[in-house]
Design a protein around this ligand. Structure first.
Ligand code: P71
Length: 462
């Protein structure tokens, strides 16, 4: 008998020790829930959700090692042991000598924006993120998107769609002058582009430009290990390097980083700001005591900082990142079989449905992505998130709606939470909604909050 090549599968690098039951509901019940929530998945009660793919933020399953760490919480007001352990790990893995803890990522964004930005400044970045841009604007700055054009094209398969277009960056510097640019804001992978990474090569080029003009370079390192993973598997010369080595090399090019620990670090709450600049550090410590808490806890309990410190040690393990990104890829490949329009390449933390192509009969004013997220919930209790015109908000100067090129629904994967069968259920539901897509008529916005409107806006069906 001829020898067959036998497929060798991989599986999650953990087994399940504790389970949390989830509620299964009827379509009729979900129709009622969706209506009450104003067709906004952020306003659903989590109890009424079956498979929650809203976000990977703070929704991760901690390991037994992290849970055990909670019992080691040193809840002193000042100088907690857990703070020092976390600091050691930030130095060791991110290579930044100074750090302040914050209660979550946007608190670190608030602090860095207030320290660095003066009214009238410009902050170039590789596509906006909602909270990042808002804090830059609240500090008086204007965010300028300098990501490569490919990032705005869902079908384009560029391996590093998170790259900065260095010509766009140089043009901006020429136009407004380096003095008006306090720092370049680089995220990796880029959340709103579909979880797309930047390459080390691009980072080196951006760093060179920043240095030449005396502009600082800051990193939203919220999902940095996923960016490191993509560099490892996609960029020449990095195949043999560990996630830990790549992360350290990446951070080496930046003046500082801000992090929402609710992602990579696999905890439920936490964030931090870290830098190699002593002056910025001192100012950050001053601001932390005003807005967060003492600089040795920053709005967190000692036990939270312990779970973060231990999470850092786990996040750099290759099998943790590869299985996580592998799960996202599995979902993408299954959806592809049904012809569902997606953003390519598949991202690090989520699969993004291309709502413009999914619902070509709906104009952007009818909120295609918002409508699609609501329909998927109604079909199966699977919760995703709108990332389109509602998320983009209004231009603060003109008050007009922004019309982003990308109109997407994000299906985000909490780390270590769901199994392959959960993904199969989500995929089948989306395939069903795709088959019935002509029935979707769009929505009308009936309530619009001033800031980050996507969180609390309400809609009615047309
Ligand atoms: C995500 C979140 C959480 C979120 C935030 C805003 C709207 C909807 C959901 C948060 C991030 C992030 C990046 C790259 C900073 C933050 C803020 N992401 N940078 O994707 O992805 O961190 O939530 O801890 O304040 O669901 P924070």
């Amino acid at each position: 008998m001829a020898k067959r090549k036998i497929k060798r599968s991989w599986a999650e690098p953990f087994k399940i020790k504790m389970v949390e039951p989830i509620k299964m509901t009827t379509r009729e019940y979900r129709e009622k829930c969706a209506k009450e929530a104003g067709y906004n998945t952020f306003l659903l009660k989590s109890e009424d959700v079956y498979i929650d793919l809203l976000t990977d933020s703070g929704t991760n399953a901690m390991s037994d090692y992290q849970w055990a760490g909670l019992m080691m919480g040193d809840e002193a007001y000042a100088g907690s042991r857990n703070f020092y352990y976390l600091w050691d790990n930030i130095k060791k893995y991110y290579g930044m000598p100074y750090f302040v803890p914050t209660h979550q990522g946007r608190a670190a964004e608030h602090i860095i924006s207030r320290i660095m930005i003066k009214p009238g400044d410009y902050i170039p970045g590789n596509m906006y993120f909602t909270t990042t841009r808002l804090h830059q604007e609240l500090a008086g700055g204007t965010f300028v998107d300098v990501i490569i054009d490919e990032a705005h094209k869902p079908q384009n398969k560029h391996p590093f769609k998170g790259n900065i277009d260095t010509d766009k960056l140089e043009d901006l510097i020429k136009k407004v002058g380096a003095k008006k640019i306090p720092y370049i804001s680089m995220a990796g992978p880029v959340n709103m582009a579909g979880g797309q990474p930047f390459s080390m090569q691009n980072l080196k080029e951006v760093h060179k430009i920043a240095k030449k003009h005396g502009i600082k370079l800051w990193f939203d390192a919220t999902r940095a290990t996923e960016n490191a993973y993509f560099i490892k598997v996609r960029e020449k010369g990095y195949e043999k390097k560990s996630i830990e080595q790549i992360l350290k090399e990446m951070c080496g090019y930046f003046d500082g980083i801000w992090v929402s620990a609710k992602k990579d670090l696999m905890v439920n709450i936490g964030g931090f700001l870290a830098t190699r600049n002593k002056k910025v550090y001192e100012e950050a410590r001053n601001m932390v005591v005003v807005y967060e808490g003492l600089h040795t806890y920053g709005g967190l309990a000692g036990r939270d900082m312990e779970a973060m410190a231990r999470g850092i040690e786990e996040m750099v393990k290759y099998e943790n990142v590869s299985s996580r990104v592998g799960q996202v890829e599995y979902c993408g490949k299954q959806l592809e079989k049904y012809g569902v329009p997606l953003v390519y390449p598949f991202g690090g933390h989520a699969i993004f449905l291309d709502a413009k192509k999914f619902l070509p009969h709906l104009k952007q004013d009818l909120f295609p992505a918002q409508s699609l997220a609501a329909e998927i919930y109604i079909d199966s209790g699977v919760r995703g998130m709108e990332r389109g015109i509602v998320s983009a908000g209004r231009d603060p100067k003109t008050g007009e709606n922004r019309y982003p090129k990308l109109e997407l629904v994000r299906l985000t994967f909490p780390r270590r939470v769901y199994t392959q069968s959960h993904i199969d259920v989500a995929v089948e539901s989306i395939a069903q909604v795709y088959q019935d897509r002509k029935k979707i008529k769009g929505l009308k916005m009936v309530y619009e909050p001033k800031y980050l409107r996507f969180f609390q806006a309400k809609f009615v069906k047309l």
